[in-house]
Design a protein around this ligand. Structure first.
Ligand code: 13P
Ligand code: SF4
Length: 413
């Protein structure tokens, strides 16, 4: 426990200044050179203001004011405090997709990570631009599922004779090309706030023999299938895109109800069930709230599991004096602790656990994109090619048409 009072096909073309960066391995050092296999860009050329400029916040304020309704700034809950305070709307990835879809402003500055900006671009009007202040703000989980790997996986399901009864369901944290594949093959997208509903929907698309291929987060898929839909752990198999045949026999694929992609979030995979046990001993009466990207054993032992937006709501609703331990990204947990001094809000891990890529969006990058817009220049635009856009939009719209959000994955237990 940390006391918070202390401290493939070219999917997207992203333009940074005059250069064009093809998007499409998670292990490349950020900012060093272009990586054609990464979901995100890795370069951020541009005349960035110095991080030590004491006038940065004022510059952001002035540029924001000068732009008026020509821009809307969106901020994901994992963003740094000094960035998120400039957001016109904050939210989890589901809410931000809804806001982007309804936005009127010609420019959408997305303070979040690449797949979120890409989703906003898919949902936005063609005349709107979506800007990601640092194109290297990717998501290592999204990089764990590449389009060519999904094509191979689908061929594997075909060889096992189960593709026709399988619905592909991808987590929002995936490339536009993966989303498009799902849209084109009768599938959809989900976020952490609606995964149970989306998985139920996917099963409804097929008869009793129906299967779901869930990617790229094996943990969200397993938690949803087992803890929310009531399936057994043995109903799920893990497809490893780096192993021949996905590491599964035909019989294993035929017997499975849910085929989970072998991907995970490096931030959330750090939390362990031992941490849950330890915090319960340390803080009697504590309520443990976790994000569904955490491992099954952590979610199983927690009191509540939900998206970033749902966790925020539960903390707000908790009575004064409540003890709450949270397993999600640290920027958000620190902010919640500061905003609720009447409650004891602590981080579940012993060590610092930021999402490094979310943290790439800093004030110098925000000032740079806003001041560039004031000067009439769009930098770091994220735009999805039309062919990918069509089917990824179909998949996103299927998700947006699902009713409401799920109050809690665990509510159904
Ligand atoms: P939310 O959908 O809960 O905002 O989560 C997005 C994410 O990337 C969590 O790691
Ligand atoms: Fe991706 Fe994990 Fe960061 Fe979320 S917290 S953006 S899943 S790396």
């Amino acid at each position: 426990m940390t006391a918070l009072t202390q401290p493939r096909p070219a999917e997207t073309t992203a333009t940074a200044g005059a250069s064009t960066i093809p998007a499409g391995s998670p292990l490349l050092l950020l900012g060093r050179r272009a990586d054609p296999d990464a979901e995100r860009g890795v370069l951020c050329p541009g005349d960035l203001p110095s991080a030590s400029d004491p006038d940065l916040a004022d510059r952001a304020r002035r540029a924001r004011a000068a732009l008026g309704d020509r821009v809307i700034v969106l901020g994901h809950h994992y963003q740094r405090d000094d960035v998120i305070r400039f957001a016109d709307a904050t939210g989890d990835s589901f809410k931000l997709a809804q806001v982007a879809a309804a936005a009127d402003a010609p420019n959408i500055v997305f303070c979040g990570v690449h797949f979120m900006a890409e989703s906003a671009s898919i949902l936005a009007r063609p005349d709107q631009t979506v800007i990601l202040p640092d194109l290297a703000a990717g998501c290592s989980m999204a990089d764990m599922a590449q389009h060519s790997q999904l094509v191979d996986a689908w061929a594997r399901l075909e060889r096992a004779g189960v593709a026709t009864t399988t619905v592909p369901l991808t987590y929002m944290n995936s490339t536009a090309a993966i989303k498009a594949f799902c849209g084109e093959h009768g599938g959809a997208i989900c976020t952490s706030s609606n995964a149970p509903r989306a998985m139920r929907w996917a099963f409804e698309q097929q008869g009793a023999d129906g299967k779901v291929l869930f990617l790229p987060d094996q943990h969200l898929g397993r938690n949803t299938a087992v803890l929310s839909l009531g399936l057994e752990l043995d109903d799920c198999v893990v497809y490893d895109p780096w192993k021949p045949d996905g590491g599964l026999t035909d019989d294993e694929l035929r017997a499975a109800t849910v085929v989970l992609w072998k991907g995970h979030c490096s931030v959330h995979a750090r939390f362990t069930p031992q941490m849950v046990t330890a915090i319960r001993q340390e803080l009697p009466g504590v309520e443990v709230m976790v994000h569904p990207e955490c491992r099954y054993e952590v979610v199983r032992d927690a009191d509540r599991v939900g998206s970033t937006g749902q966790i925020i709501r539960w903390v707000e609703e908790a009575p004064a004096g409540a003890r709450i331990a949270i397993a999600t990204e640290l920027n958000l947990v620190k902010r919640l602790a500061a905003e609720h001094p009447d409650k004891e809000v602590v981080f579940l891990d012993d060590t610092v656990c930021f999402c490094a890529t979310m943290n790439r969006i800093d004030l110098p990058h925000l000032v740079w994109v806003l001041e560039s817009l004031v000067a009439g220049e769009v930098v770091n635009e994220v735009r999805v090619p039309d062919d990918v856009r069509h089917w990824s939009r179909v998949a996103l719209e299927r998700m947006l048409a699902l009713p409401g959000d799920d109050a809690s994955l665990l509510a159904a237990r």
